[in-house]
Design a protein around this ligand. Structure first.
Ligand code: PAF
Length: 291
């Protein structure tokens, strides 16, 4: 495994692979690896000849009062885990390397960024699409792997790739959960033991919504009301949103249809957590619709 900090060298390596007919997968990350990241890497390894894993905590996707400064980092641990999973290259540029003097280009996807997390994090997705576009241009992947836990991010990136004819296959990997159901996230490390217990309300909410649907409750407003009640019965929780929306446009729906998305953002103590599932006829986790 080779670790590369320079965009130019990374580009040269990837150009050479393409010229020799080898396929490249990219797993973009912000590091502090858990099993969810490793699952993305396993998919990347399976699907291409060369796998590049990028590690970059991207400042422009964090709002001014968000956790950029304290976002957990563990480069040494990450390198060892990525090597064990079989990463061929780690691309870990510095902030200066990515956003050198005079940087002034933003990639902005319009409609699907307006809902869910876009409501409270207005510039977040522009930060994500801008950095992901740069990573794509640097590593020239044939396919790129993203987690379905960040369903809206997956949707936004798929839209960008389609709209800008990037010719990259976007693969969504199902959410990896702790044995008790909590979706894996680097931000889980912020939770105190009591908050960790309360955080289970997210997965319980998904299960509750699925059960209600199975009992033939199709009214989105009623399902949302029950889910909100469940979340607020847990200590230290604050709801940012509970939405049932169209799985492609992310617009609210009134009636649960085939493949409606239930998406949640909940603050537990100071930690903002998200989770989602599809409810409707194809109830269950979000399918790998892009692969
Ligand atoms: O999901 C993440 O870790 C980040 O948003 C990503 C895609 C690596 C862009 O910084």
């Amino acid at each position: 495994m080779e670790t590369i900090e320079s965009s130019k060298i990374m580009q040269e390596r990837c150009d050479a692979f393409r010229l020799s007919g080898q396929t490249i997968s990219l797993v973009p990350t912000m590091g502090f690896f858990h099993d969810g990241h490793l699952e993305l890497m396993r998919a990347g390894k399976r699907l291409a000849d060369q796998m590049v894993v990028s590690i970059f905590v991207n400042p422009i996707q964090f709002g001014p009062s968000e956790d950029f400064e304290v976002y957990p980092r563990d480069m040494e641990g990450d390198l060892s885990k990525a090597q064990d999973v079989g990463a061929d290259y780690i691309f870990c540029p510095s902030t200066e390397e990515m956003y050198s003097g005079g940087f002034q280009t933003i990639v902005s996807v319009q409609e699907v960024t307006k809902h869910l997390c876009g409501l409270s994090r207005p510039s977040h997705f522009e930060g994500v699409t801008t950095v992901v576009a740069k990573l794509f241009n640097t590593t020239k992947p044939h396919l790129a792997i993203f987690g379905q836990k960040d369903y809206q991010q997956l949707t936004v990136i798929s839209r960008m790739v389609e709209d800008l004819n990037m010719g990259i296959k976007i693969v969504g990997v199902p959410t990896v959960r702790e044995p008790d159901g909590l979706a894996m996230s680097s931000r889980n490390s912020y939770l105190s033991p009591e908050e960790r217990e309360s955080a289970l309300c997210l997965k319980k909410s998904l299960d509750l919504a699925e059960n209600l649907f199975r009992q033939e409750e199709y009214n989105a407003e009623k399902i949302i009301a029950e889910v909100e009640q469940l979340i607020l019965s847990h200590a230290s929780t604050e709801i940012e949103y509970v939405k049932i929306c169209h799985s492609a446009s992310l617009e609210d729906v009134e009636t649960v249809e085939e493949k409606s998305l239930l998406a949640l953002a909940v603050k537990v103590g100071q930690t903002r957590l998200i989770d989602n599932c599809l409810i409707g006829k194809t109830s269950g986790n979000v399918p790998d619709s892009n692969s």
